[in-house]
Write a protein that binds this ligand. Structure first.
Ligand code: GMT
Length: 376
């Protein structure tokens, strides 16, 4: 099948999922065309089955805002008609589902029928999409997609509730390549970042307010009063300065390392004892799944898709948003007992196996076939 994939090519979870999906589909013999404004970060090599088409928005002094949706629709029209694409799969509703619908209409005028699959990832629904400025256009484009999928049951329910949408929405969870991760267990020399007896606690995110990175530090502060430990903060974003100020004021600077954006996430997780994700909203929590796949127990909030992924008392623990005491007590319980920690580590890995790429990719292939059948 020839599949066009539209996504945000940056470090965000939706872009990572879309890229890994495209790469895996290409290995299965599908011809994949990424249509994005820059080459997706995890797409390091193009091949016979993997193509990349850049969307350009030229500067023009008249425009206060460059019309990206327009450029994307035109590019989609070009790529779909030139390469005879069978289905178009857009990740993140804003503005991708809207631009895809416009491209579909233009193609239709030219006698070309292209089914559109929209995958909702989270903030396109729970944060940005339901703002009155965007809501009518987002509702319209979700309703007009041929098939809609989302990454957790919680996100499906939120989409129905926030947009009053009644149509079928399929849940296809995010995934990881378990085989690849199994090979990485014990990969990293832990004493590069911590002393031998120090426990390593990790947080990975884009440091946006909804990730609550001050909670991460407060939880760590309580843990470190009882357990010799170090906190590794991976990522970058708007709350980084606030976090650094907090560390300075609370004399925690020497115990916390900021690693910035890195592609070495697996290596860091391999040598970690615990992963913290106390988010205010989280439709899935891909970073937590990556941690679980590398046998790292997760301490998280119990919001959205996180409570579907992180099984309380099994792969880690979940608590209410902002409950620093509960999260730090749970963390201390796991970290202070080596046998218990190993049980949680193994359980985290067992749970991650449910999200193996080999189980999830066929679900996408099924919906591509369904979309094709429906549109013919
Ligand atoms: O978490 C973010 O802020 C990034 C965002 C994105 O658009 O990439 O992540 C969303 O999609 C990921 C992939 O499906 C999910 O794992 C994240 O839970 C989801 N983020 C939120 O719902 C806040």
């Amino acid at each position: 099948m020839k599949i066009g994939i539209v996504c945000y090519p940056t470090f965000g979870g939706s872009g990572v999922v879309a890229t890994e999906l495209g790469i895996e589909l290409s290995k299965k013999g599908h011809e994949i065309h990424f249509i994005t404004y820059s080459q997706p970060v995890r797409l390091d090599a193009l091949s016979k089955n993997l193509h990349y088409h850049e969307v350009n928005v030229p500067d023009y002094p008249l425009f206060k805002y460059e019309p990206y949706e327009l450029a994307l629709s035109s590019k989609l029209y070009d790529v779909v008609s030139k390469h005879k694409i069978d289905v178009l799969h857009v990740h993140y509703a804003i503005p991708h589902a809207y631009a895809a619908y416009m491209a579909k209409k233009i193609l239709d005028e030219n006698g070309y029928n292209i089914p559109i699959i929209t995958t909702l990832h989270g903030t396109d629904i729970t944060l940005v999409g339901n703002h009155p400025f965007y809501k009518p256009a987002v509702t319209f484009s979700i309703n007009k997609s041929d098939i809609v999928t989302c990454v957790s049951k919680s996100l499906r329910d939120d989409t129905r509730e926030f947009f009053g949408i009644k149509r079928d929405i399929k849940v296809i969870p995010n995934f990881i390549d378990i085989e690849k991760y199994s090979k990485k267990h014990l990969l990293f020399e832990r004493n590069i970042i911590a002393q031998d007896k120090e426990k390593i606690i990790v947080h990975i995110s884009n440091f946006r307010p909804l990730k609550r990175i001050i909670d991460v530090i407060k939880i760590f502060e309580k843990i470190s009063q009882k357990i010799n430990s170090k906190l590794i903060m991976v990522g970058d974003g708007p709350d980084k300065k606030k976090a650094k100020d907090f560390l300075r004021k609370n004399n925690l600077k020497n115990k916390v390392i900021f690693l910035g954006k890195t592609n070495e996430i697996d290596e860091i997780l391999c040598s970690s004892d615990l992963f913290l994700l106390p988010s205010e909203k989280e439709s899935f929590g891909l970073a937590a799944l990556e941690a679980m796949a590398l046998k790292v127990p997760v301490i998280s909030s119990n919001v959205g898709g996180l409570k579907e992924l992180n099984i309380n008392g099994n792969s880690g623990y979940t608590s209410h948003v902002g409950d620093i005491d509960s999260m730090s007590n749970n963390a201390i319980e796991i970290l202070s007992n080596e046998k218990l920690k190993n049980t949680f580590k193994n359980q985290a890995f067992e749970n991650a196996k449910k999200y193996d790429i080999k189980k999830v990719i066929p679900l996408y292939e099924e919906i591509y076939s369904e979309a094709l059948t429906k549109s013919n």
